[in-house]
Ligand binder design. Structure first.
Ligand SMILES: Nc1ncnc2c1ncn2[C@@H]1O[C@H](COP(=O)(O)OP(=O)(O)OP(=O)(O)O)[C@@H](O)[C@H]1O
Ligand SMILES: O=C(O)C1=C[C@@H](O)[C@@H](O)[C@H](O)C1
Length: 306
């Protein structure tokens, strides 16, 4: 009887086909079966999904399958082992955003970080998931200055003109709630910008290693990033040199953010060899984790009373 039940129960198929189950860290399943000899049996399965994932985005689930007859509750273990379960990042993001949203209570999210840290990419994912409006402060400045690019604004009007415009844009946004704002890499330098961002918002630093930033920037070229024009060499070297300098200057400012999302920490938590293996969605999930932590632990709920 027991062997018959074990054969019919294909554990890998069950784990992969049960979305709800696969998203939880533990779970169990109980159901009845009639064996081919007419006996009623009870089958129980339980599984554990550890946080750790393997680098190919599969989660290992350990399971135990046991079976007993209905009138005899002492179960005998049929099978134990581990199976690969799919790691559905889109579902995890949805679940996390539903959890965090009530704590956020409409507060805006301001993403800060060096150029190329993914503020725009991750910001769009967050805004979509939370149902917030997305703004890119560089793009808003470009619109205000006759549609010319940031690089042209620097060239024609100078950096201080650009910084003034950046502050004006942040001031305008500061009266609104339910925004995700991708700020310019240098927005953290002016104290008044902090006042505007903090008025109805939480400030989140996307902290990415310099080498990864330089690789990303080199992939698209340095032409659109005026602060990199001062350096010499190939795009990777130019980006790495300037970014190292900028981080030295601004590191303490970024560190004042309410929440820090470290790509290195996420990669190590997920068992990846390098931050380049991280997807923007995985970073967005961690941003929500950090925001939740801040709101729960640092009295962020007080700000939410706005
Ligand atoms: N997690 C990621 N993995 C790999 N590439 C990424 C990741 N996030 C963003 N990128 C890429 O890096 C580049 C910069 O991303 P993005 O524009 O989102 O950064 P940013 O912080 O808004 O930059 P800036 O401040 O210069 O506007 C883009 O080409 C984007 O596709
Ligand atoms: O790091 C910076 O100071 C900048 C970053 C970009 O987002 C732009 O705001 C501009 O190129 C300046």
């Amino acid at each position: 009887m027991e062997a018959g039940v074990a054969c019919n129960f294909n554990c890998p198929t069950w784990v992969e086909s049960s979305e709800n189950f696969a998203r939880k860290s533990t779970g169990s399943l109980l159901f009845g079966r009639i064996s081919k000899h007419g006996h009623r049996v009870r089958v129980a399965a339980s599984a554990q999904f550890p946080l750790q994932t393997s680098s190919n985005r599969q989660r290992w689930a350990s399971f135990e399958l046991s079976c007993s007859s209905f009138n005899n509750l002492s179960a005998s273990t049929l099978e134990t082992g581990s199976v690969r379960a799919p790691y559905d990042e889109a579902l995890m993001l949805k679940k996390k955003s539903l959890e965090v949203e009530p704590y956020l209570n409409g507060q805006s999210i301001y993403l800060v970080g060096l150029m190329g840290s993914g503020k725009t990419t991750v910001g769009k994912i967050l805004s979509h998931e939370l149902g917030y409006s997305f703004y890119d402060s560089d793009a808003l400045i470009e619109q205000e200055v006759d549609g010319i690019s940031v690089a042209e604004i620097f060239k024609c009007h100078g950096e201080s003109f650009f910084r003034k415009k950046e502050t004006e844009i942040l001031q305008k946004l500061s009266s609104k709630k339910q925004l995700v704002v991708s700020t310019g890499g240098g927005a953290v330098v002016r104290d008044e910008n902090w006042d505007y961002m903090q008025k109805k918002g939480i400030i989140v630093w996307l902290d990415v290693p310099l080498e990864a930033l330089a690789r990303r920037i080199a992939a698209v070229g340095t032409h659109s990033r005026p602060l990199l024009h001062y350096e010499h060499g190939d795009p990777y070297t130019k980006a790495l040199k300037r970014l190292s300098y900028l981080l030295e200057q601004r590191g303490k400012n970024y560190a004042k953010a309410n929440a820090r999302v470290s790509s290195e920490a996420i990669a190590s938590k997920l068992g990846y060899r390098d931050v380049s293996e991280l997807t923007p969605t995985e970073i967005a999930i961690e941003a929500l984790n950090q925001i939740e932590g801040y709101l729960k632990e640092e009295g962020g709920m007080a700000i939410a009373e706005l």
